[in-house]
Design a protein around this ligand. Structure first.
Ligand code: MCN
Length: 778
């Protein structure tokens, strides 16, 4: 393969991590044996909104096995405050344990430490919480109603962020003069990202290193370190965050949990290891949610079906607190910046708000607002096509961005992609398979499409554009060869299911002329890399992979320099391949790379005079543009059960383009997992709250998670438009499956409902909604 060394990039190399995970030898937080650890449980608020809340802990200490109990004041920690460099944003603090005011049911008020988790829970149950209950604010409508109860005193009208992201004083005239105006009022339900492994941590103070070591199930070890050091008043050097195997995160673990800080503080005070493992009920009700949003959007079109203008009012129910480090602005800012998506939009106005309610705080969840904005655009496309009597795919083609690079009205520059080709291929496949003809029969079959792009590899500039105060986008890697010729590559990214031990090794292998099995990728330890930004926003292939390629290439340069000296030639005349250094002019002359490594460490007298001992190199990488955009078209065929309204997916096809594919098998797995989560949001999962702010989904009996029997076979085809801004040509893709699925499914369901006069604009779509629509039409 040209341009990629020996061609490990592009191979479906089996995941190196799988043997350990599939044979039960993975190491998750709860697997860390610490017989001397105390176990933590939290006293949580029974109500959603209260003032003068206090906890009577007198009964707790009497429980057998309980060793200590702390409230916020007793822990002596400061709260977490997330910042945005924007006037329109109001910063609020999230105390580690609530004291006085309580803002959602399940909010932690005290931490109980005991010899085992059962005693800790028994202790927590004995706590008596006293409070003066207030009316809970449980919806955006209630939050914005005049005279509404304030969730935080600092907030006007319960609004963390209210930003006219894009303004246009003349846009109303464009709508007035337009040939056709269509609208959508999309509403999406609250979801939990639901990683298989809930949150958890184990903290201990290590005297010898003068360090608090915090093992945590997280996507962002360095950000946890920064937060813990600040909250506990320690130097960052005094905190080491270690992330081992993680059973999924999906964004929920890209923010810092207050429980993690409370556990660290307790371990510090008691000078004893402390462990906390979240249970499923806590995970559902008291961790982080996402996705609850409202969109009122109108689009103006000319007679040929070209978009003239887009006008959006976006409201996100972000719950009670602004999360560290991304803030409660992450959903509305993402939505308003990226709404135009793959389409040319000449005029744009958007207002975006983050609204506080008495519900669990929200965190970024796979896709972050893009499942919604894609659904908005794709619903508008369908409606406009109907109004204009045009084929909906033809209407899309008339509006797709078709020359690159393209700078949109939103100020974003889109790098080349295959927007049109992916739609053409997806349509062609479904036609060839006869699905379009299947719509003609008596069965209620519908076909839905979604065309979208996914901004990935947010670099420092992209975050700065969004005014995210302390989230730059670079990453750092070190490549180190040991005296035997094996390589360790470190990275500041932090995989939690994505297979980086494999893909990053493939990238380094091509640079070093080694088999990926000779390269160990190490990650998830803040003592390994000076700083890193972890794994979120589909950044690891683009940015982490860039840093790895650079560090490995610098290491390769050093190896060539030493080998050239030993083989009596120039470094430029040395090729690294198959574990050997060979002279390019006389390929018969060479030596194993391992021999060079031995010289570099153990026979340093044979090194060139100006080359120091050892073989290692560090590099950092950043994407210095708006980011890089992968793209895809999803095509889905659904059939509605005429009796129950239940939708069944008959065919699901993804045609995606994430630039150079490093590992096709891993990418296919990521797409399929993503689509499964998109289907979950489109048809099944929702966290409800009652009028008093009590969550109604306390277990997986109530939170409907699709299983293998609901998830169909998902076809994946690839197009490859290499990225010019990344070292490998790869663009990220880890969220795309989740981004496209809700829109495609919503369109397919609405297509199947054609003729009923009903159109559904809310997610999840439930069988009862479909059933009602079908009944109306009987
Ligand atoms: N990849 C590739 N070729 C490309 C692009 C990606 O081979 N052109 C590979 C990468 O090397 C990596 C994987 O595909 O092994 C995903 O890469 P990337 O798109 O860079 O995304 P990240 O690794 O940064 O992962 C983050 C992304 C996000 S934002 C969420 S949320 C998410 C996801 O990935 N959460 C996941 N996938 C998940 N998968 C699992 N199992 N668990 C989660 O919690």
């Amino acid at each position: 393969m040209t341009g990629h060394g020996q061609g490990w990039i592009g191979k479906s190399f089996a995941r190196k991590e799988d043997h350990r995970l599939l044979t039960g030898r993975g190491s998750f937080v709860d697997d860390r044996p610490r017989p001397d650890a105390l176990h933590a449980a939290f006293v949580r608020s029974p109500v959603a909104s209260a003032v003068r809340a206090s906890v009577d802990l007198s009964e707790v200490s009497g429980v057998d096995g309980v060793r200590a109990v702390f409230t916020d004041g007793e822990l002596g920690v400061s709260g977490l405050t997330a910042l945005l460099d924007r006037q329109e944003f109001v910063a609020t603090s999230m105390p580690i344990l609530a004291a006085g005011s309580v803002r959602y049911a399940g909010e932690p008020l005290a931490i109980v430490l005991a010899d085992d988790p059962y005693a800790a829970e028994d202790g927590a149950e004995r706590a008596a919480v006293d409070f003066e209950a207030r009316q809970a604010v449980t919806s955006i409508e209630e939050a914005l109603a005049p005279g509404a109860q304030g969730v935080h005193d600092e907030l006007a009208a319960n609004t963390f962020l209210d930003v006219a992201s894009f303004s246009d004083d003349e846009i109303d005239d464009v709508f007035t003069g337009a040939h056709c105006v269509v609208r959508t009022a999309l509403r999406t339900g609250r979801q939990n990202a639901l990683p298989l492994e809930p949150r958890g941590c184990l903290a201990e103070w290590v005297d010898r290193d003068e360090q608090l070591v915090l093992h945590v199930s997280s996507q962002v070890p360095h950000q946890v370190r920064t937060a813990a050091a600040r909250c506990l008043g320690l130097a960052e050097r005094q905190v080491r965050v270690v992330v081992t195997d993680v059973g999924g995160g999906f964004g929920l673990k890209s923010v810092v949990g207050r429980e993690e800080i409370a556990v660290a503080a307790a371990a510090l005070r008691l000078r004893r290891p402390v462990k906390w493992i979240e249970d499923r009920s806590e995970a559902l009700s008291a961790s982080f949610h996402g996705r609850q949003q409202q969109y009122d959007v109108r689009a103006a079109f000319d007679a040929e079906g070209r978009i003239l203008a887009l006008d959006a009012d976006i409201r996100c129910d972000v719950g009670a607190y602004s999360v560290f480090p991304f803030t409660s602005g992450v959903e509305p800012l993402m939505a308003s910046a990226e709404l135009p998506g793959v389409y040319r939009v000449p005029r744009y106005r958007a207002r975006a708000r983050a609204i506080a309610t008495n519900k669990a705080p929200t965190a970024p969840y796979r896709g972050v607002s893009r499942p919604q904005i894609v659904a908005v655009m794709e619903r508008l496309m369908e409606r406009a096509a109907r109004e204009l009597s045009l084929d909906p795919l033809e209407l899309r083609r008339r509006n797709l961005i078709d020359s690159f690079p393209y700078t949109g009205i939103n100020g974003i520059t889109y790098d080349p992609g295959s927007y049109r080709d992916s739609l053409d291929l997806c349509e062609r496949r479904l036609r060839e398979e006869g699905w379009f003809d299947s719509r003609d029969g008596d069965r209620r079959i519908g076909i839905g499409f979604a065309c979208f792009n996914e901004r990935t590899g947010y670099g420092t500039e992209a975050f700065a554009q969004r005014k995210m105060a302390v989230v730059p986008g670079y990453d750092i890697s070190e490549a180190r060869m040991d005296p035997g010729g094996s390589v360790t590559v470190t990275t500041g990214t932090s995989a939690h299911g994505q297979g980086h031990e494999t893909t990053l090794a493939q990238i380094a292998a091509d640079q070093l002329g080694l088999h990926p099995d000779r390269i160990k990728v190490r990650q998830g330890d803040t003592d390994l890399v000076s700083y890193g930004w972890g794994t979120f926003a589909s950044r690891s292939a683009a940015i982490g992979g860039g840093a790895v390629r650079l560090s490995a290439s610098r290491l390769a340069d050093k190896i060539r320099t030493v080998a050239a000296h030993l083989l009596d030639t120039e470094a430029g005349n040395i090729d690294l391949a198959d574990g050997w250094c060979r002279r390019r002019d006389t390929p018969g002359d060479g030596m194993p790379i391992a021999e060079v490594a031995e010289v570099a460490y153990l026979r340093a007298n044979r090194l060139p005079k100006d080359v120091g001992p050892g073989l290692s190199a560090e590099a950092s990488f950043d994407v210095l543009t708006s980011g890089t955009f992968s793209n895809a078209t999803h095509g889905v065929v659904v059939e509605l059960d005429p009796g129950t309204g239940s939708p069944r997916i008959l065919r699901y096809l993804v045609v995606e383009d994430c630039g150079v594919v490093i590992n096709p098998k891993i990418v296919d797995g990521q797409v399929r997992g993503g689509v499964a989560q998109g289907i979950a949001g489109a048809l099944y999962e929702e966290i409800g709250y009652d009028s008093e702010g009590q969550p109604t989904a306390g277990s997986l009996m109530d939170y409907l998670v699709p299983t293998a029997s609901e998830i169909p076979e998902i076809g994946v085809e690839h197009l490859e438009t290499p990225c010019a801004f990344t070292e490998t040509g790869a663009k990220g893709m880890g969220e795309g499956g989740t981004i496209g699925a809700p829109a495609a499914i919503l369109n397919a369901v609405n297509d199947a409902l054609r003729g009923t006069g009903v159109e559904l604009d809310a997610l999840p779509v439930r069988p009862e909604h479909i059933h009602r629509a079908l009944e109306r039409n009987r």
